[in-house]
Design a protein around this ligand. Structure first.
Ligand SMILES: *Cc1c(COP(=O)(O)O)cnc(C)c1O
Length: 460
């Protein structure tokens, strides 16, 4: 497979290049040149999740990546999960299904793609005889998932910036208690936006970026989207006979829900996609009102969705405009100037044929945790609960089966859960001693030069 930029101004590249680069040189995001068509999706063709993932990903690699290596990496990635099924489904009654995506090493769905991406990156660096410094800004889950995937690997250093005192204690400890020599944690005295700005500034500094071979693993990396599309494929095949599902996706950067669109474009039947946001509702407003405009980020009970620009939405706009790069390049340039973009009617109609959207406040999220617990005894984390709360607010009635994505383990956000139902969820046994482990982390001022100096000193 070759990959092209959404903005049409960059040469096509191969799989190894999209693994190691962030945005395309023209500022766009990489997309497959054409969507592969998957074999029939039905129950007879259903396979265990890792076999299914391998079957899907073989369409996206290229001649530099051996199929046997793909197979080994997928197997190894999902062996790190605590459940044999990797992504267990749980019936909740009334045609509702909970898709548990949080049984990986850091208890959030980001492990599903990151465990694989880490292995692919290590393999590609080795084949090319290169080193890389992976740098990531995180509001909590991306950083810990990247660290868990890349700790101890040769040829790669990992620098993660999180906003000092603005991530949960469980999230912080999942990053800072990893003591491998190639892992470098920075607590930045600022907000998540400040950490992102510093990472962007370091990438924009071409000499620094080249000297340190900076690479990114954030959710604009297309390999992550491809990996995530596998669980939509797998779940639809599993529920075969009950009709095409509607998926309810707690959304921040639009990566996960776009992975569902990717699955649909590869031939996986689905009825609708529900984009569920917290009060940082840029995506709900864009789809309901037709104007994509960002405001100031607010802190909520679902911090991994506290985002004011949904980077992967550019991919959905690319497809909804029938891959009109010339229009999109202009539209994104206007958005970066004015922070606002009016979506043309034809594009909006195409988006609404696939997506519905609603947002939920913290109070509605807390009420949703309690309601589901009272009805079913199932405890969900605040991100997952945003999905349940958003569905209550939709004007339309959803036909079953409705699949709710459970994106984090409730024990990752114990305070929010305790506030809702008075019960503190326990960490799974493999993380039971997390609160007693030694931490290592450097607090730095909100200053790009301080971060630059840190990387120069620590990373060879
Ligand atoms: C990252 C994250 C999300 C949002 O996913 P996007 O792909 O950014 O839309 C939702 N829930 C949890 C727990 C997350 O970590």
């Amino acid at each position: 497979m070759k990959y092209i930029s959404t903005r049409g101004g960059a040469p096509a590249v191969g799989f190894g290049d999209i693994l190691l680069t962030g945005v395309a040189p023209d500022g766009g995001l990489y997309m497959p040149e054409a969507w592969p068509k998957l074999r029939n999706v039905d129950r007879a063709n259903w396979m265990p999740f890792s076999a299914n993932t391998e079957d899907l990903l073989k369409h996206f690699i290229d001649e530099d990546f051996h199929p046997a290596d793909l197979s080994a990496d997928v197997e190894a990635a999902y062996k790190t999960f605590s459940k044999k099924e990797v992504i267990p489904l749980r019936r909740l009654g009334q045609g509702r299904v909970l898709l548990e995506l949080f049984h990986g090493p850091t208890l959030a769905f980001k492990d599903l793609a990151m465990q694989m991406l880490g292995r692919f990156i290590a393999r590609t660096l080795k084949a090319r005889n290169q080193r890389a410094t992976i740098i990531a800004a995180t509001s909590g889950d991306t950083g810990s998932a990247a660290i868990a995937a890349l700790r101890g690997l040769p040829n790669v250093d990992v620098v993660v910036l999180h906003p000092h005192k603005r991530v949960s204690e469980v999230q912080r400890r999942q990053m800072t208690t990893v003591l491998d020599a190639n892992i470098h944690n920075i607590a930045l005295e600022g907000t998540f936006d400040d950490t992102q700005n510093i990472v962007k500034a370091l990438f924009a500094d071409t000499k620094f970026s080249k000297d340190h071979s900076l690479a990114a693993v954030n959710s604009i990396n297309f390999a992550r989207i491809a990996a995530q599309s596998a669980y939509f494929f797998n779940t639809t095949a599993y529920l075969w006979g009950e009709g095409p599902p509607t998926f309810v996706v707690p959304t921040g950067n639009f990566g996960d829900v776009f992975a569902a669109e990717a699955a649909a474009r590869m031939g996986v039947p689905m009825k609708r996609l529900v984009v569920a946001t917290n009060s940082n509702d840029i995506m709900a407003r864009a789809l309901n009102e037709g104007v994509y405009s960002s405001g100031a980020a607010q802190a909520t009970l679902s911090p991994s969705m506290d985002i004011q620009v949904a980077s992967n939405f550019e991919r959905a706009l690319f497809e909804a405009s029938n891959r009109d790069s010339a229009w999109l390049a202009g539209a994104m340039a206007e958005f970066s100037k004015t922070r606002s973009l009016t979506i043309p009617p034809a594009v909006l109609t195409a988006l609404r044929a696939r997506y519905s959207a609603a947002s939920a406040t913290d109070a509605e999220t807390t009420a949703a945790i309690k309601k589901l617990y009272d009805e079913t005894g199932v405890i969900v984390d605040p991100h997952t609960a945003v999905g349940f709360a958003a569905v209550e607010k939709l004007a339309e009635k959803l036909e079953p089966p409705v699949v709710f994505l459970a994106t984090a383990h409730p024990a990752k956000f114990p305070e929010a859960v305790q506030k809702a139902i008075g019960i503190k969820p326990e960490l799974p046994p493999e993380l039971a001693d997390l609160m007693d482990r030694e931490e290592r982390c450097t607090v730095l001022p909100n200053d790009v030069n301080a971060v630059r100096r840190f990387i120069t000193e620590r990373v060879a």
